[in-house]
Design a protein around this ligand. Structure first.
Ligand SMILES: [Zn+2]
Length: 135
């Protein structure tokens, strides 16, 4: 019988932006909020997966990021309307733009994570790759 004790759960790996194939290596070299911006590792330190599948692959992540932005802006607009009951468009524009700026590092990071986790055909979790390296 196969021993699956080394299997790692998807959500913690997703939240911590771990490699989609082994869920061990970090995708990003830097933190989400920092002065230098976010840098990605080229390959997974654990299983060697190349994150950028082909040149320009992360342009696709912009569409995911766009979807995040729309969802956040709609949520913010509804929240402002419910919480303040205001009809002043500048209140909406100011708060929504501020939220978009504050969340942009988050969108940048998780659009790429989501792309590699769920929107890339042929890229799946390989539990056997979560094991500690023996060599
Ligand atoms: Zn990996």
């Amino acid at each position: 019988m196969e021993n699956n004790n080394y299997k790692l759960a998807a959500w913690p790996a997703f939240v911590h932006a771990k490699c989609p194939r082994c869920r061990r290596g970090d995708m990003f070299a830097t933190g989400m909020y920092g002065f230098k911006g976010q840098e990605m590792h080229k390959t997974c330190s654990h299983c060697g997966l190349t994150y950028e599948r082909e040149p320009g692959y992360f342009y696709v992540a912009m569409f995911v990021s766009y979807a995040f932005n729309v969802a956040e802006m709609v949520t913010a607009a509804i929240a402002i309307s419910v919480l303040t009951g205001s009809h002043n468009p500048w209140l909406y524009v100011t708060i929504i733009l501020a939220i978009a700026v504050i969340l942009s590092p988050f969108n940048f990071r998780y659009s790429r994570v989501m792309l590699l986790y769920w929107l890339t055909p042929g890229l799946h979790y390989h539990p056997e790759m979560s094991r500690d390296k023996t060599n």
